[in-house]
Design a protein around this ligand. Structure first.
Ligand code: BGC
Length: 468
């Protein structure tokens, strides 16, 4: 058992028995992690050979690694979760980048679940705001501003400016998008408003993170997102991407978007518990994104809530009494786990506040609060250990064990969840021993915006190469 786990005082025999059961279910020893890693690496290879596999291994059509000398001004859009980000990005050369943030727009539930044209027309309005603020009258007649679009959902990409949506994730369900080219739909929204904008590049947020990090860190091997969703993108030799029927120079590399959130969606090897199955069944994408559902910020709170309700139903927590607020799906957000995990007060006062004031549990005792903290720890530790498998797989797959390398990581879990990054690092130590010291885990912010600008630059450079 991890020595991080909070001790539960004054628990009844029944409480202790159940908590030990759950603790064992959530514990992942290194042997199991290695088995999952082996399976993960096999899936990486299969995904490069054929389309339609468990890991999509999407070719990004981004082949150039940034040098820092790129120059140009781009509009960038970042859509992939709760917010839309619109920016003007100026690549100044000499490794310098200037980002002018337009505004962060919240994507309402209506926009997430309506028709895609409504969402993209809304995006066009947001782009228009930034255009008039930042470019104003300086746009010449017939000029088009290049836009890099970071769209962080599973697509099949056929060119740097073409991608068909495979499925939605992270709570989006817009109609009219699956099976269609996302760039064309967005371009139509711009055209309808006569905006002087051309969608030049379409990338995933992981591709953006890899690109942006490579701009200043040449030893980067992987860009990863550990946030609302999870995924990674790495640099692969073109000759290994067997499913690509293009005549590229075989010495080139291309960034591959792994789409690892879908890893083991057939539930062959992952340690799925009853609480995860409940979440999956009740989600709007059952049997899909199973790895993501064990790891990412959108789901950790809900897994925790499922366990708490299980204990309440057995009268092992809060005297068997739940509340209306706690009974609500997704009400127990991952941000509350963060507060509870970092609650080091003797009587767990911050935890008490959340449970009693926010969730209206009438009264909690210290044992209850220690149980809640233990559950948050179990779910949080498991998520970080599973995330480490994906990182360890890429390190081994790229034969980088023992070499200096780094990984650029963005996302709220990595940035804000207590101990998430330390737990990942410690797990990598279990995988690689002393060699783990050679792996840099770098928080990379703005990856999506900077990456989108670099991809738009790269698209313009490689037009002839890829016959866009
Ligand atoms: C999407 C990925 C994305 C990840 C992180 C997942 O749900 O399928 O495309 O990279 O979230 O945003």
């Amino acid at each position: 058992m991890s020595d991080e786990l909070v001790t539960i005082h004054d628990a009844s025999t029944e409480q202790l028995f159940e908590i030990n059961e759950i603790t064992q279910e959530f514990e992942l020893k290194i042997d199991k992690l290695r088995k999952i890693q082996n399976y993960f690496m096999k899936q990486l290879k299969i995904g490069l050979e054929k389309d339609g596999q468990n890991l999509s291994m999407v070719p990004s059509f981004v082949t150039s690694v940034p040098t820092g000398n790129e120059i140009g001004t781009y509009l960038t859009l970042d859509l992939g979760g709760t917010n839309l980000r619109v920016c003007k990005v100026i690549l100044e050369g000499g490794g310098k980048i200037h980002i002018i943030e337009g505004q962060l727009y919240e994507i309402s539930e209506d926009l997430k679940t309506g028709d895609i044209t409504v969402l993209f027309d809304f995006i066009a309005d947001c782009v228009e705001n930034l255009l008039s603020k930042e470019w104003g009258d300086s746009i010449q007649k017939n000029d088009k501003i290049d836009l890099g679009f970071t769209f962080s959902f599973p697509i099949i990409q056929t060119a740097i400016n073409k991608g068909t949506l495979l499925k939605w994730t992270k709570g989006f369900t817009c109609t009219g998008a699956v099976g269609n080219d996302i760039v064309s739909i967005l371009q139509e929204s711009f055209n309808r408003k006569s905006l002087p904008v051309k969608v030049t590049a379409l990338i995933n947020d992981t591709v953006g993170t890899a690109l942006a990090h490579a701009y200043s860190h040449p030893k980067v091997i992987l860009g990863a997102i550990l946030g609302t969703g999870t995924n990674g993108a790495y640099f692969e030799r073109l000759e290994n991407i067997k499913k690509l029927n293009h005549n590229f120079d075989s010495s080139d590399k291309m960034i591959i978007n792994i789409e690892w959130g879908a890893f083991d969606s057939e539930k062959v090897i992952l340690p799925i518990t009853q609480y995860d199955n409940k979440l999956d069944k009740e989600s709007n994408n059952p049997n899909s994104q199973i790895f993501e559902k064990l790891i990412s910020g959108m789901y950790l709170g809900e897994i925790t809530r499922n366990i708490l309700l299980h204990l309440i139903d057995r009268s092992l927590l809060f005297n068997g009494l739940s509340s209306k607020s706690l009974n609500q799906h997704y009400a127990f957000e991952t941000k509350y786990m963060s507060i509870i995990e970092s609650d080091n007060t003797e009587t767990l006062e911050n935890t008490k506040q959340i449970l009693e004031n926010l969730f209206h549990i009438s009264i909690t005792n210290l044992t209850d609060r220690q149980i809640v903290k233990r559950i948050c720890q179990l779910v949080g530790i498991r998520a970080s250990r599973l995330s480490s498998i994906a990182l360890a797989s890429i390190i081994s797959y790229c034969k980088m064990e023992g070499n200096e390398c780094c990984i650029g990581i963005d996302g709220s879990l990595f940035e804000k969840y207590p101990n998430f990054s330390i737990r990942i690092y410690n797990t990598l130590k279990e995988f690689f021993g002393e060699n783990a010291d050679k792996i840099g885990l770098h928080y990379t912010c703005n990856g999506s915006s900077v990456g989108a600008a670099l991809a738009a630059f790269s698209a313009n450079q490689s037009k002839s190469k890829f016959k866009l």
